[in-house]
Design a protein. Structure first.
Length: 500
């Protein structure tokens, strides 16, 4: 019997009533294993109403109570790592170790939320004028929404809701319809931890659900992670409806390799950063920029390592890379490789014909490596979101920086060098929100914020860290003046001396 994934509204599972469902496949077999209910406008409204009702008490609850529940949730999340990872592998296809790593990175943000009291401290200035004090406080927004992508169905929601609810907001999540089960498992764990009904809600669906969240008058803020075209739409639409928005878009992350770099370390980093999680991550390295005469040797080292990657079902412990999320996405990724030579690139490795014995109907693609890629080729200009690595050649450091800065994306970038001065120049001159020095995937730890520049971010706030706290709260300044008790009217004795 096909499994059905329903909504989570008001603290319980709620069957879909729209009559619309989407298929969820096992990427390793291509078989439809699950149907997910798609929400109607009325069902989205029900989730928002549940969140609005819950906010009346949750927004006034003590910080101690909120963090106590989050501590319990963290313990449950830790105990259920494997169960969540198995759901991710079954619907996304990534290998179990990658799925476990995703849960671990989400736990970092839960840890941050458990200690949110430090970020929520206000400020006080006394005696700014005679008997006048000024204080600054931060208060929750109300109902907030998160719209999250398929590539990290557990981690990206945990970049959002733990901080949002710790700050006193209530939350409506619209996860990807391609791998929805992890979000429901998280909702169940939150309920088990004692989170009041309606504080966290999940509605599944497509554009109908998304557009209703963007226009709903009771939704005060929207967080999004996904492709740049959708991020731009989310930002413009939600902003036009008066909402606060953080919309993280796509990427084309570069790795600049200088002639003095440890080429073995650089090749190891390029392979893990380009092909890990089958390249389906916004922080994947998809373009290596080789400076000077090292290009041939570097490409040879990358090829040698890439050819050894074991591709297979995500639940096979021997697998190092799994399938892609859908057959449609697999075919799109393959098109960049099959068309690369005609656009002037040298195809070093072509993974487009790859299959796994016994799993021939899975969404398989092998490792692809393209060398001497022109900056005009689609394989370079587009975000591929698959296991395809482009190598570009430049003569100097300055050319490499100019090439990277010319990209419309500015999510993350890295430099590999032994020269501290060159690394220092790079981190100041490069136009990207996250920079790695001999670190290929510079995703910040939970207490530093994640976010890019240019077409990789729409909105003023990065996600999680201090930016996350500021995004999910509003500042308020209170100016106070009290008369001195010694100046009380005659006849009223408060016990204060009159000779002050």
């Amino acid at each position: 019997m096909t499994k059905i994934v329903n909504h989570w509204i008001g603290g319980k599972s709620v069957e879909g009533t729209s009559g619309n469902f989407g298929p969820v496949t096992d990427p390793a077999t291509g078989a439809v294993t699950t149907k997910v209910a798609f929400a109607s406008v009325d069902e989205v409204d029900a989730a928002v109403a549940a969140a609005k009702d819950a906010y009346l008490s949750w927004g006034q609850s003590s910080l101690a109570r909120r963090t106590e529940i989050l501590f319990k949730f963290r313990a449950l999340l830790d105990a259920n790592r494997d169960a969540i990872a198995e759901l991710i592998t079954a619907e996304h296809g990534k290998v179990h170790s990658d799925a476990l790593g995703e849960v671990a990175r989400g736990l970092e943000i839960v840890d941050l939320a458990c200690g949110i009291s430090v970020q929520l401290k206000g400020e006080l200035s006394t005696q700014v004028a005679s008997r006048v004090d000024v204080s600054s406080i931060r208060q929750p927004l109300g109902v907030v929404a998160g719209i999250t992508p398929f590539n990290f169905p557990a981690m990206v929601p945990m970049w959002m809701f733990p901080i949002a609810v710790a700050c006193g907001n209530t939350f409506v999540l619209k996860p990807s319809e391609k791998d929805p089960s992890a979000s429901i498992k998280i909702a169940e764990l939150l309920a088990e931890a004692g989170l009041p009904d309606g504080v966290f809600n999940v509605v599944h669906g497509d554009k109908v659900a998304v557009d209703r969240l963007l226009e709903h008058p009771d939704v005060k803020a929207v967080s999004f992670v996904g492709s740049t075209p959708i991020a731009r739409h989310i930002h413009s639409t939600a902003s036009a409806n008066g909402k606060r928005v953080q919309a993280l878009g796509g990427a084309k992350n570069h790795m600049l390799v200088l002639p003095d770099a440890d080429l073995d370390a650089a090749a190891d980093a390029a392979v893990s950063a380009a092909y890990g999680s089958a390249g389906e991550r916004c922080m994947a390295i998809s373009a290596v920029v080789a400076v000077g005469a090292i290009g041939d040797e570097l490409v040879a080292k990358i090829r040698e390592r890439a050819e050894k990657i074991k591709i297979g079902p995500g639940n096979d412990p021997a697998s190092e890379m799994g399938p892609l999320i859908t057959a449609v996405h697999r075919d799109k990724v393959a098109s960049y490789v099959t068309g690369a030579a005609a656009e002037g690139a040298e195809v070093v490795l072509d993974g487009t014909g790859y299959t796994v014995e016994g799993f021939e109907d899975g969404h398989w693609i092998g490792i692809s490596l393209l060398d001497r890629v022109p900056t005009t080729a689609k394989a370079y200009t587009d975000e591929i979101f698959g296991p395809v690595l482009c190598v570009l050649r430049v003569d100097t450091y300055e050319e490499g920086v100019a090439l990277i800065n010319a990209s419309p994306f500015g999510n993350g970038t890295a430099i590999f060098t032994r020269d501290g001065g060159a690394a220092r120049r790079f981190q100041l001159e490069i136009e990207a929100g996250m920079v790695g020095v001999n670190v290929p995937i510079p995703v910040p730890v939970g207490y530093h914020s994640f976010g890019g520049w240019k077409d990789s971010l729409f909105g003023d706030h990065h996600i999680y860290g201090n930016d996350g706290t500021h995004f999910y709260t509003r500042g308020k300044v209170v100016t106070t003046r009290w008369p001195d008790p010694a100046d009380a009217p005659a006849g009223v004795d408060l016990g204060f001396p009159r000779n002050h």
